[in-house]
Write a protein that binds this ligand. Structure first.
Ligand SMILES: Cc1cc2nc3c(=O)[nH]c(=O)nc-3n(C[C@H](O)[C@H](O)[C@H](O)COP(=O)(O)O)c2cc1C
Ligand code: SF4
Length: 518
């Protein structure tokens, strides 16, 4: 009997030795005459267990991890192919608490299927959303997405259905679907994980978007730092083309949708949608003035849907199970689930897909297990380099767009970077300004010049040069950047700076540290 053995092919697992483990298992199986089928799946998102090897047993998949090449012979001795006992045996994958507590909708197949196999995709409910969409009118598809309450997962949380409706209503000889796969935020990796672990769900989502708005061409703008995602996407696109899920006559429907991957060149600002479009057109990534909106004049001046990877990858399950079902998850105006990403100083870093509404504390402690160093968590930056630093006193806030917004924080793309009590928040604030200075596209003054002046002001503050005056100057500078920047890079760079200043003044030499002040 052939036994299926799963070893992830995503970059996190490969960087931890997954390829070497796969070679060692293939070698050992051949040496022992064991018949196995090695499947290179996506990661389940529990990075401290990678490389995590799974074997298919009648009871379900049994996991072993983290496996090193040197463990392989011993695993064979312990009959791991049949779920045998070994100190690396983690039990049934589905029962690992970190995994079992999640609500996986968008990531339902990640780690389960062979990412580039159409047959495996179909066997796990793939392409059911497209099958439904092919029977619907464009307006009905847009309506279903609107009903779901899906909001852009790239950061701005703009309702996806409304964006699609604008593009559907625009008159043009050509329209485009552009997938924003630039994923530049610190501590984020959900786009990468889904592109490496289930690229077909993104392809299906983009195809449905094309049917919805009348676009026949799509581009995935992929950051150059994701070479494994590029390979997986191109293999999956080729497979979809070969089986008639992409191309001139999708499944005999007469509908057309073509898809190509375009590689970015490593600029954070190219994640901003208009800058991305410039880059996609072959120009330097500079932010465009709005209006016109990309929905009306986007790529090559044509109506364009620009959506984040996770937004698009959430569409197939919405069209499969219905928008009403999707919107039952979540709280307030934050509907559905979000793949949260835990990074930085955290014991159990990884991906947690859950409905909106769980608290920061639940995510950090119930899932993350606290800091990796075992020290108290002092701050967590949520939403990338432009996100606020949230102090411990706010850890009971629910992870929901509006609730965080009310507290001068933001959810963004769902990445959390954790810091323990050894962090110097003045240096983190300085880094926020420095990041903006380095990544600014240079088009507007508050961002281009303001960020450099911001670094200088913080330096003077830390050196103790007339601190009260520097605080006033820093706040005025932040005000100018907030209200005078053309895009959110300059417009939000003050968030981490002001949150650090407001919540941790002692690090700027402005007050006694909290523990000494009493
Ligand atoms: C400086 C900057 C960087 C951004 N980077 C990304 C990114 O890497 N990925 C992304 O999806 N959106 C990014 N965005 C947001 C996009 O401009 C845009 O809102 C998003 O692609 C729209 O897709 P969505 O509605 O599906 O979120 C960035 C915005 C700014 C201002
Ligand atoms: S805010 Fe910064 S990145 Fe955005 S347009 Fe202005 S200079 Fe460019």
């Amino acid at each position: 009997m052939t036994i299926k053995v799963y070893i992830p092919r995503d970059s996190a697992s490969i960087s931890l030795g997954a390829d070497k483990v796969a070679r060692a298992i293939a070698f050992e199986a051949a040496r022992r005459g064991a018949t196995i089928e090695l499947v290179r799946n996506g990661s389940r998102g529990m990075f401290w267990l990678e490389p995590m090897v799974e074997v298919s047993t009648p009871e379900g998949r049994v996991a072993y991890g983290p496996v090193k090449p040197d463990d392989v012979a011993e695993l064979f001795e312990a009959d791991f192919l049949y779920g045998g006992q070994h100190h690396l045996n983690l039990g049934l994958t589905e029962d690992i608490p970190y995994f079992a507590k999640q609500q996986r909708l968008t990531f339902a197949r990640v780690g389960i299927t062979d990412p580039v196999s159409i047959d495996d995709y179909l066997a796990h409910d793939g392409y059911r959303g497209l099958a439904n969409a092919l029977k619907m009118t464009p307006a009905d598809i847009v309506e279903e997405v609107t009903t779901s309450g899906l909001r852009g997962r790239g950061g701005a949380a703009f309702p996806t259905g409304i964006k699609w409706r604008t593009v559907l209503g625009a008159q043009a000889d050509q329209k485009y679907i552009v997938c924003n796969a630039d994923e530049g935020d610190s501590g984020t990796f959900s786009d990468r994980m889904i592109m490496e672990g289930d690229p077909l769900v993104l392809i299906e989502g983009m195809t449905i978007a094309g049917l919805a708005v009348g676009a026949t061409m799509g581009y995935i703008y992929l950051r150059s730092e994701y070479p494994y995602a590029e390979v997986a996407l191109n293999e999956a696109i080729a497979a979809a083309n070969a089986r008639g899920y992409l191309g001139d006559d999708i499944l005999g429907s007469g509908k057309t949708f073509h898809l190509e991957v375009r590689r970015g060149a490593g600029a954070y600002v190219c994640g901003e949608e208009t800058s991305l479009l410039e880059s996609l057109e072959g120009k330097r990534g500079m932010v465009r003035f709005k209006p016109p909106l990309p929905a009306l004049e986007g790529l090559f001046g044509k109506p364009t849907v620009v959506n984040n990877v996770i937004s698009l990858a959430s569409v197939p399950i919405i069209l499969d199970q219905g928008g009403a079902n999707y919107q039952e998850y979540g709280v307030g105006r934050s509907r559905g689930t979000l793949p949260f990403q835990l990074a930085g100083n955290i014991k159990y870093g990884g991906l947690v897909e859950a409905a909106f509404g769980l608290s920061i504390r639940e995510l950090l402690y119930d899932f993350g297990g606290g800091s990796r160093t075992g020290r108290p968590i002092r701050a967590v930056q949520i939403g990338g380099p432009l996100g606020a630093y949230v102090p411990e006193s706010q850890f009971d806030l629910p992870l929901d767009y509006e609730e965080l917004g009310k507290n001068d924080a933001m959810l963004g793309h769902g990445g959390l970077v954790v810091f323990d009590d050894t962090v110097d928040m003045a240096q983190m604030a300085r880094f926020g300004m420095e990041f903006c200075a380095i990544e600014s596209c240079g088009k507007c003054t508050p961002c281009r010049i303001g960020s450099t002046r911001g670094v200088e002001v913080i330096d003077r503050m830390v050196e103790g040069k007339d601190r009260p005056k520097q605080v006033i100057l820093l706040r005025e500078l932040c005000d100018t950047m907030l209200s005078g920047s053309l895009c959110a890079l300059g417009g939000m760079a003050p968030f981490p700076v002001l949150s650090a200043l407001n919540h941790f003044p002692e690090d700027f030499g402005l007050a006694e540290p909290a523990d000494k002040a009493a």
